[in-house]
Design a protein around this ligand. Structure first.
Ligand code: DAH
Length: 344
């Protein structure tokens, strides 16, 4: 920010010099203490000429706001406890590690983010069911996002998943189905793969919509695979995830890459179909899209649809986590609000 008023400019420069050299408490008392420099700056508004008052007030307040932000960033800096072994943040973390053995960080008691806790949980369930894990890409191309999924140029379904393009014609994927073609091309049936990944949507956010979220795609291809196998596989997974028996139902839905396509629904895990605020007094919850992989999609991946059949699904992890933990607003998951996160 460029400040116009000379006294605000000077204080901003002084602040930048002091931040790296002073201790946090000294910074706070020098600037925000009773007679702190920022307090003085703000009271000085009365000494400004009438035409300067507005600009001065705005700039002085902005500087105060900037200072408060910087100080809260500094105070949230954490130091790793040197008495414990070095932490490698890239190392895979086993969620089953007893809490007492988790890496220690001085000053805070860390917990794994609820999304990552549940991601580990979901992956473990599918691994136990014989699925392999393949991560999706953060940037993908038109072929994997659309063409390979039976969505040619000009197809109206492109609109639902169109986000934005980079200068070199890549797209932040709007779903993890982008990996279907790769997964099938690179393997021979039987294929059992799940694809966790980040997705991006052109969405206005509200309590139940986020522009960025996690999805988990599943692909299963073999001889004689039927819709019954799909229903059984997804039900088994969801019962393990919610740790209870569930009733299921499907209703038809259109996705260009599956035929038939379905919306998979479960009986509400909270009210067991008697109706509650979580399921909107409906007793059922729509959990994911799924269906039998379209013959064109199999062919495009080099699999003969006369010989093999398969099913695929895609669900939002954030939504499942919201349901499981009764979180009312999806935006809290990405808010970085420590008071919220500490509950998990
Ligand atoms: N990709 C779809 C979406 O994000 C979800 C989906 C629906 C994935 C049906 C599938 C499927 O694999 O068969 O809206």
């Amino acid at each position: 920010m460029e400040y116009e008023i000379e006294s605000v400019k000077q204080l901003a420069r002084q602040l930048e010099d002091d931040i790296p050299t002073l201790k946090l408490e000294d910074l706070q008392s020098k600037y925000m203490g009773k007679n702190g420099l920022l307090k003085q700056l703000l009271t000085d508004i009365t000494n400004q000429s009438d035409e300067q008052k507005r600009t001065y007030g705005r700039e002085a307040n902005l500087l105060k706001h900037y200072f408060t932000e910087r100080v809260s960033q500094l105070s949230s800096h954490i130091t790793i406890d040197s008495s414990t072994e070095k932490i490698d943040p890239t190392a895979p973390f086993d969620i089953n590690t007893p809490k007492a053995n988790w890496p220690k960080v001085k000053g805070i008691e860390g917990t794994m983010h609820p999304l990552m806790q549940e991601m580990e949980h979901v992956l473990k369930i599918f691994q136990n069911m014989g699925f392999e894990i393949v991560e999706s890409k953060q940037l993908d191309d038109d072929y994997h996002m659309f063409e390979s999924l039976n969505i040619p140029k000009g197809h109206p379904a492109r609109d639902i998943w169109d986000t934005f393009w980079t200068d070199d014609d890549l797209i932040p994927p709007a779903h993890t189905s982008t990996m279907q073609n790769r997964v099938m091309k690179e393997r021979k049936p039987p294929i059992r793969v799940i694809v966790p990944g980040r997705c991006y949507r052109n969405e206005a956010t509200d309590a139940s919509h986020e522009h960025t979220f996690y999805q988990i795609e599943g692909v299963y291809v073999d001889k004689n695979i039927s819709l019954g196998d799909m229903l059984g596989t997804i039900k088994t997974y969801l019962e393990a995830f919610f740790e209870m028996d569930l009733e299921i139902k499907v209703q038809p839905a259109y996705f260009p890459f599956v035929e038939p396509g379905c919306e998979f629904m479960i009986s509400c895990p909270f009210c067991k179909k008697t109706g509650c605020s979580v399921c909107g007094y409906d007793g059922w919850m729509e959990i994911m899209g799924c269906g039998m992989i379209h013959p064109n999609v199999l062919k495009e991946a080099g699999i003969d649809p006369e010989e093999y059949t398969g099913f695929a699904w895609g669900f939002g992890l954030d939504r499942l986590v919201m349901i499981k933990h009764s979180i009312a607003d999806i935006r809290r998951l990405h808010s970085g609000d420590l008071n919220f996160l500490k509950q998990f």
